[in-house]
Write a protein that binds this ligand. Structure first.
Ligand code: NAD
Ligand code: LMR
Length: 339
């Protein structure tokens, strides 16, 4: 028989080891930006996060001081823009979210951001490969279709590439897809889960409405697909030169990070759409492709195939693959020429 004192000691040891197992350091690179600030705020509210490291080329210590007053347990630290501070922010990280880079203005495509953001992402990927080679790397900076391949090439060149741990964040596309269908059909968007595959820009975003049981057709279907593909433009135009989606993106990024943490902490059947190194369309020149992915303690657990689609969706997918393969190749070629 155990004494009451032994039972209490055992229970507190158990709760200590459970919380130790669940300790998670999350790093945000670009933490003072339009996405970075609300994303960091949402991460501070997440009890699964034990350490939050905020890095930016400006203002990160200020953002960290502010968020650090919130009365949740996680420790928050902001880092100055020096190589050693960046290394410190990355060391021991389980998840590195990268929203560093410039956003669009009206009239621009995501690809127009390539020239500026490619080198930002390349340099941060180098630091991540050096100081957090085993972390899950979540790329938010656009154009995601090219910045993910750039990151992969950097990790490959340093001999630390793990395809199971690199993710292009496309969560916002499914968030929009569920919100927009609920607006059309007057349903609760929280219950809508629309599969979206492909990439993250214009025609490379392919919503598969037929798999959700909704039966739109004609102009209504075309308009729905167009809205999901160009939802980002709605925000860019409404912000009128002041940037692109930040708040909805912060929610989407926080959701994806939360899913990874749940999976890392042993939860089963955690499925998120994400742009990963994927076998599905390599034959069509797409080394990376977004589809539903089951997450586990090692990152990617299982990549779900696209499944049954209509003739209309197949045409969308054909257009997607043609564009996406070029976006991917552009990233690979650029980083080889600009290592
Ligand atoms: P922003 O300009 O408000 O913030 C970007 C931040 O990055 C700034 O604080 C800046 O100082 C920082 N930064 C720049 N270079 C850096 C570097 N080398 N190291 C660290 N930090 C650096 O822009 P935003 O609205 O937050 O958007 C950021 C990126 O996210 C853009 O490229 C945008 O297109 C993209 N985005 C992606 C999605 C998606 O679904 N994946 C959604 C929305 C926006
Ligand atoms: C989005 O989808 O909102 C982002 O990719 C930002 C943009 O440029 O539209």
């Amino acid at each position: 028989m155990f004494s009451a004192r032994q039972i209490v000691a055992q229970a507190s040891r158990r709760s200590f080891s459970a919380s130790a197992r669940q300790a998670s350091k999350v790093t945000v690179l670009g933490a003072a930006g339009g996405i970075g600030q609300p994303l960091s705020l949402l991460l501070k509210l997440n009890p699964r996060v034990s350490q939050l490291a905020l890095y930016d080329i400006r203002l990160a210590p200020g953002v960290a001081a502010d968020i650090g007053h919130i009365n949740t347990k996680s420790e928050v630290r902001g880092y100055e823009a020096t190589p050693s501070a960046l290394a410190e922010a990355l060391k021991g990280s389980d998840i590195v979210l990268i929203p560093a880079g410039v956003p669009r203005k009206p009239g621009m495509t995501r690809d127009d951001l390539f020239n500026t953001n490619a080198s930002i992402v390349r340099d941060l990927a180098k630091a991540a490969a050096d100081h957090a080679p085993e972390a899950n790397i979540l790329i938010i900076s656009n154009p995601v279709n090219s910045t993910v391949p750039i990151t992969a090439e950097i990790f490959k060149s340093k001999g630390v590439y793990n395809p199971k741990r690199l993710f292009g964040v496309t969560t916002l596309d499914v968030v929009r897809a569920s919100r927009f269908i609920s607006q059309l059909r007057n349903t609760d968007p929280a219950n809508e889960n629309i599969t979206v595959v492909g990439g993250h820009s214009g025609a490379t975003i392919v919503p598969l409405l037929s798999q959700s049981g909704f039966n739109l057709s004609g102009d209504q279907l075309a308009e729905y697909v167009r809205r999901v593909q160009f939802g980002g433009d709605e925000v860019v135009q409404a912000k009128d030169g002041a940037g692109s989606a930040t708040l909805s993106m912060a929610m989407a990024g926080a959701r994806f990070a939360e899913s990874l943490l749940k999976a890392a902490q042993g939860q089963k059947n955690v499925i998120e759409p994400t742009f990963v190194d994927s076998p599905l369309y390599k034959d069509a020149g797409c080394e990376y492709f977004a589809s539903n992915v089951e997450l586990g303690p090692n990152g990617v657990e299982k990549i779900h195939p696209v499944g049954k689609i209509t003739e209309y969706e197949q045409k969308l997918l054909d257009v997607c693959l043609a564009d996406l393969s070029k976006n991917i190749q552009k990233g690979v070629d650029w980083v080889k020429a600009n290592p």
